[in-house]
Design a protein around this ligand. Sequence first.
Ligand code: G6P
Length: 482
Amino acid sequence: MPQTHEAPTTYDLVVVSNRLPVDRSASSDGSDEWTRSPGGLVTALHPIMQRNGGAWVGWHGAPDEQLEDFDHDGMRLVPVPLSAAEVSTYYEGFSNGTLWPLFHDVIAPPEYHRTWWEAYRDVNQRFARECARVAGPGATVWIQDYQLLLVPALLRQLRPDVKIGFFLHIPFPPAELFAQLPWRREVLEGMIGATLVGFQRQSDTANFLRCVRRFAQRPVKNKRIDVEMSDGRIRHVRAETFPISIDTDVIKRLAQDPDIRQRAATIRESLGGRKVILGVDRLDYTKGIRHRIKAYGELLNDGTINVEDAALIQVASPSRERVSSYIQLREDVELAVGRINGNFDTLEHTAIRYLHHSYPMDEMVALYLAADVMLVTALRDGMNLVAKEYVASRQDETGVLVLSEFAGAADELGAAVLTNPHDIEGMKEDIVRALTMTPEESARRMKKLRKQVLANDIDRWSATFLENLDDAATASLTQTGA
Ligand code: G6P
């Protein structure tokens, strides 16, 4: 590293996530060009970061490449390198082969490998060091999600002066499942390095507090954990629920765009004026795609739905394609879709339009506008933002959302048709109910859903989290007498 005499630049707000919120492409002169990725989190935090001088620490998505920090769109981006071996052990291994299935009710069996754990610890240490390097004195550092569970405590060791918040975007499992994790105590100790730990649902917060009491043997009172420090003083950690949302203004604006509305009409025409049922998911076993397709196939088979009257569009965006459970899932889904289409397609009509692609938000909103019924049938999901995006796009209050009880969104969106995706018979009835609902009933439900989603957008979510972090940090200091 070249030595410079300039004071190092530091930032008052540092956000940390496994991935940086940018996508890379090559510009015409061959240099890297970065564009902000469409995620809601960066959209919400971007103005705050621009105002307060913010840095984002994360992996830029390619292995074996060390990039310098750079400025982009008013934010400082701090790329954390990962070797190809770490992509396989830390990212595909411990993050997505151990924690992801364990935290999603063991829908796929989690694997416990010591080498994965060691890589996870090392990479979390690297993220913590980068945060410590760029955080200004007393800065706020907000750590995101399950890939970085150890960063709060590691960062606290390096920088006890900063305010550390952590938010888990996925569910926190019940103690009976979390108990399996060989490193359960270390993981909990990692998380309670933060002063505020946030979750999507009340049940996640409750599960976490139970685990802290049971496996870290820390005193827990209401939603406060007491952590004894090396000097004998007590530090207070708060656990709270902050259901995440979407950038409703962006979706509303796209839903009014004449080109996008025209595109929605074209999609409907291309399906021959049939009722349109839509599923949009990352191709992930937590999303209940197999269950949904099974239910749909049975409805076609028993003649309840006719291919001349309805079409299912299933967008399945490619995800984690080298992890074995995802490879298996893709085969299962594509086999099931192929069989159903083989049995029920006519020369004019396809039963299921299966699209293994990612689409930009414009096209997603066109699909939402084209869909009479939206199916969100996750077996377990932290929140599910697709459900909220569908609702935000339906300005004319038409359309029916069928929503799994196992998605975090179900806590807020009780006016949807709630469904249990494990109950295939029940889910079939719910799909039919959605398809045959009177316009009065669907409008009544959509009105309620929209009221909820529009009143709680991502700006409000991030502002609430950061305010609570300030309060928790003040209370923690006051009560420890520091
Ligand atoms: C979920 C996780 C995120 C993750 C995203 C995409 O939403 O909560 O942390 O970034 O999936 O997965 P990927 O493995 O491609 O980053």
